[in-house]
Every structure is written in C-alpha cells, then in structure tokens.
Write a protein that binds this ligand. Sequence first.
Ligand code: CTP
Length: 398
Amino acid sequence: MTTRFHRQVLLGVTGGVAAYKVAELTRLLVKAHIGVQVAMTEAACGFVTPATFQALSGRPVLTDLWDPRVPNRMAHIELSRQADAILVAPASADFIAKIAQGSADDLLSTTVAARNCPLLVAPAMNREMWGNPANQRNIQKLKADGVVVLGPDSGEQACGEVGEGRMVEPQQLLEAVLALYPAQRLIGRKVVVTAGPTFEAIDPVRGITNASSGKMGYAVAEAARDEGAEVVLVSGPTGLTPPGGCTVLPVRSAAEMLGAVQSVLAGTDLFFAVAAVADYTPAEPAAHKLKKSKQPLTLTLKPTVDILATVAALPHPPFCVGFAAETRDLAAYAESKRHHKNVPLMVGNLAQRALGSDDNEIILFDAQGAHPLPPASKIVLARQLLDHVIRLSSKGNS
Ligand code: CTP
C-alpha cells in the first residue's frame, strides 16, 4: 500500500452480484481521499474482474495468500496492519460463516482473522439465506465480537425475489467508513503552506540552495487537506510527490515564493511558513555561465524579503505559523523569531535532526510557553500541530 493517503481501508470483496456496486464504492472512497487496497476471494473474481478494482483503486488487487508482490510474503499480516479498517462488501453468507468461526483458509479470511483494526461487513444474499437460522446465528456472533454489520436493505433482489438481503448502497457504505474517522475541522477554510528550499541563481546553471527536503511542509499540507481545508502548497524545488487534492504552485527563488504566496493570500485563514527560504540572494545573477579563473570569486548577496514577517504584518493577517530550524539554542532562537516576526506560533526543530528525515522532534512555542511533542513521523507531528493550531486559532489568538 502506498502512503499517499492518510486513511487506508482494506476492501474485501466476496462472491455476490452486488460486487459490481463495490466498484462504485471504490471510486467514492478514493474521491474522499481514502486509500483503498482491494482483496478479493476466488468467488468474487467470478463476478467482477480484479482489473476493474485495480483501475479504480490505482493499486494491484490481491487474491493470493502467497502473493510474491507482498514484501515479506505475509500478505494477511501486511494488509491488516496497513489498514485503518477492513470493510467486507459484499459479504456472502459463506464468508460471514467463516468470520463467525474464525476460519482462515484464503487471503481475505486470514487477513480478517489477523486484523487489529475495526471490521465492517455489508451482507448481500438471497432473503431466505439471510433469514436462515444458521446465518442469523452467525450474524449475532459477529455483532457480539464487535463487528459492525451494515444492513442489509430490503427490496428487489438479483434473483427476482423481494425481501431482506440487498447490500446497502455504496454511498451509505462510504458514510459508515467516514464515520470511523474524526470529523474534519477545517471544512470551508483556506490554508497556504510554503515548503522546501529555495534556489537563488548565481548564473543560469548554478545557485544557492539548502538541504530542506520539503517533507515537513508536504506533511502539513496533507494534514490540512485531511481536515477538509482548501490547501495551496507553494513549493520550492523538491523531489516529492505533492499530496493529492492540494493546489500546488511550484517556485524556485525566495522572490518567486513571495510572489506566489501574495497571489493566493486573499481569503487565507491559516498560513504555515515551513519553507527554508534563502535569507540572501545574489545581487546580480550573471546572464551567462561564469567562467573559471585563478582569481578568488566574490559574490555580492542582498537580503531577501521575509515572507512570513510580511504576511504577519498585513492589516488582517491569517493565523501565521513559522518554523525555526536551528542547530543550537533552539528555545531562545525560536522564541525570539516568534516575537520578531510577530506570529502566534513558532515551531522549533533541530536542523540536524529534521533535515531530509521522515521523522522529527518539534517544540511548539506560543504565548503560553513551550509545548514539546514526542518524536514521531512528520505526518503524525503535522496532525498534532494542526490540533494545536485549531485550538489556538479558534480562541481568536491570531
Ligand atoms: N522565512 C520566510 N522568509 C524568509 C526567511 C524565513 O518566510 N525570507 C520563514 C521561514 O519559512 C520560517 C521562519 O521564517 O517559517 C524562520 O525561518 P528561519 O530560516 O529559521 O529564520 P530566519 O528568520 O531566516 O533566521 P536565521 O536564518 O538567522 O536563523
């Protein structure tokens, strides 16, 4: 599974006509920024081909317990550990019986048995099968085991009979999955994030840059997107794939970054200056490639505009968050930057710990003092940072 999506669902498809509706569910989940890994039973493949789900989920569909594409060849453990939830839809009577018994004889049943996340099932079967006492006993067992049973609905069935047993509609299944996650708190809010390094040209082929990878800024953009915000990511040159669903403005120099930020600032509620912006830029970049000589070369650098301080000084600024990357005296420097740039929150981190790494250790400095967060991945820290910002900004502390 890729990590592009914060939320991951394992969608287990078992044999049933309703499998065709689960193709639509896959599309709805992906549209809601939920990563979908599909696993199918052999019977399911008789109704809809894996190619359909592969195209809609953007990921290879797994059907085999011994799939060689799974790194450690323990697909059932791998799949369950990477999912926040497992949804079996449609869930056939046979598969429900397997779950009830803890039976594990194929990829999906083994994954379900090995799960450490919530399990939801959407039964779909003929009304007599649904009402069959053995099936009803199994359903009661599932419920007693904490499995969420969604439906079934009543109505016309594929077999032509009318009654209880239809799978609930894809939209309702989507809502059941979304209900597992906390409410999105930034719906209707606009968030602008700067990320990555800048590149200040010396001549057409050379320049001054720094070691920022952009990972922290991209994580903040992703976390804000997951909270439902409209996100604009103004990014210096990085090798990263931007989070889906964000507007990305690629820039190179500090001056371009300033221009891009100013062009999108109207209506912005939160501004995160995560970029490592160059403080100086060559005063007169050469129009042509500089030629080597035996003499020392002196470059004259002029200061760049401080983007964060400029935004924070606006008459009605968004809630501004700065990032101070220091190599020593973190608390003193971060606090002083918070005052000088006049922002309510400065995130401090040690450059040697953070640069290029997937994880980080940060301290939040605000008017109440210092709030250290435990070391974690950048995406986890970005989510905790957003929690803090949402609390602070809703107190009108901007
Ligand atoms: N920043 C900015 N524009 C600049 C320089 C910095 O918006 N021209 C922002 C950064 O994005 C960050 C914060 O200011 O949010 C602090 O950046 P940092 O480089 O740590 O601080 P500087 O003010 O540049 O101070 P110094 O380099 O002396 O540590």
